[in-house]
Design a protein around this ligand. Structure first.
Ligand SMILES: [Zn+2]
Length: 305
C-alpha cells in the first residue's frame, strides 16, 4: 500500500494515525457557543451529534520516534461503542506497519491527558484476546498532576480515567512524570497547560526555525481556535480561555502550525494575529467524506474559513 505523505515541520515528519472515529453531542463540544454558530462549521445529525476523529500523531524526528496520544484503543465494549457511535476502528498497529515501523520502535508516548479517548490505546487486546502494552518499549509521559488524578479519580473523572488503560503501564513502570515544562528530546517539548483537565499538557514541535504546537483538548478542532469556544467537557473553562488567548497569540507571532486530534476535516492550521486562518492542511478526502456522510452533507459544503 502507498505510504501517506508526511506533514513536515523542518526535519520532523508528522503522520496522523487512525485512532477511531465517534460522534459526540455538539452542544457538549462547544459549551455556551450557540448552535447557530457551531453548526456552520460542524454538520450536525438528527441526534445533535457531530463527527469526531481521535487521531494520534506519529512524530519522527531525525533521532526519535514519538506518538502523541493513543486513540480509542480496541478494548471498548459493544455497549460503549454503541453509546459513542464508534464509526471506524482503532487501527494503529497495522498503520504503523504501513509506515515501515513497529510498535516496538516507538520510544516515547506523550499523553496530553488521561481521558479514555486519548489513553484508550495505551493498552490493547492482542490476537489472543489478552491485554498488553501497545508500545511495550516506550516511556509514557504524563504531567505529575494528571497522573495523581488518574490514580485517584473523583467525580466525573471516574467515567473518563479508566483503570484498564493504565494498569499494565503502572505495573511495568514504563512512565515518566513531568512537573511543568520539559524538553523530552531534540525538537520535542511538553508544557503544562491545565484548562481541560488539571494536569493537561501541550506538545511543542520545533525544527530548523519551523514549529507546530499540539494543544490537545485545549483546541480539539479548528473551531476551538476562537479562544472563547471552549467545551462543556473542560473542567476549568476560564483557565482554558486564558491559556488559549496566550498560546494562539504566540502561534501567530511564531507562524507556528496548530495541529488537531479530534477534527475530521482539518489536520493543522496557521493563524494570523487577528485569529484568521492563513494556511491549512485538510484531512484526507476519504476521512472528510466519511465524517460528513452521517449528516447528509458533502465535505464541499463545510465552511472551514
Ligand atoms: Zn478528547
Amino acid at each position: 500500500m502507498e505510504r501517506p505523505s508526511p506533514f513536515r515541520v523542518g526535519d520532523i515528519e508528522i503522520y496522523w494515525l487512525s485512532g477511531g472515529d465517534f460522534r459526540l453531542d455538539g452542544g457538549a463540544m462547544f459549551g455556551v457557543v450557540p448552535k447557530a454558530l457551531w453548526q456552520k462549521r460542524y454538520p450536525v445529525d438528527g441526534g445533535n451529534c457531530i463527527p469526531m476523529c481521535n487521531d494520534p500523531l506519529l512524530v519522527r524526528t531525525p533521532d526519535n520516534l514519538i506518538v502523541i496520544d493513543t486513540g480509542l484503543g480496541n478494548k471498548l465494549s459493544e455497549k460503549q461503542k454503541r453509546n459513542l457511535q464508534v464509526a471506524s476502528s482503532w487501527d494503529i498497529p497495522r498503520q504503523l506497519e504501513q509506515l515501515g515501523v513497529t510498535r516496538e520502535d516507538v520510544e516515547l508516548v506523550v499523553l496530553t491527558h488521561g481521558d479514555f479517548d486519548h489513553a484508550g490505546g495505551i493498552e490493547m487486546f492482542n490476537s489472543g484476546g489478552e491485554r498488553e502494552l501497545t508500545f511495550p518499549r516506550a516511556t509514557h509521559i504524563f504531567q505529575e498532576m494528571e497522573w495523581q488524578d488518574i490514580s485517584n479519580p473523583k467525580g466525573r473523572a471516574k467515567a473518563t480515567y479508566l483503570a484498564e488503560n493504565f494498569d499494565l503501564l503502572r505495573h511495568a513502570g514504563h512512565y515518566r512524570l513531568v512537573a511543568g515544562n520539559l524538553e523530552l528530546c531534540p525538537g520535542i517539548a511538553v508544557r503544562h497547560t491545565g484548562g481541560h483537565t488539571r494536569g493537561h499538557q501541550l506538545i511543542q514541535i520545533s525544527s530548523r526555525g519551523e514549529s507546530a504546537i499540539h494543544l490537545g483538548d485545549l483546541c480539539p478542532t479548528h473551531g476551538h481556535t476562537n479562544p472563547l469556544w471552549v467545551m462543556a467537557y473542560d473542567n476549568f473553562p476560564l483557565e482554558a480561555i486564558e491559556q488559549k488567548n496566550d498560546l494562539l497569540k504566540q502561534c501567530a507571532r511564531d507562524n507556528s502550525w496548530i495541529t488537531f486530534y479530534h477534527d475530521p476535516f482539518i489536520r493543522a492550521i496557521r493563524l494570523n494575529g487577528d485569529g484568521r486562518i492563513v494556511a491549512s492542511r485538510p484531512a484526507p478526502m476519504v476521512k472528510r467524506r466519511m465524517a460528513a456522510e452521517g449528516c447528509g452533507l458533502l465535505p464541499e459544503t463545510i465552511r472551514v474559513h
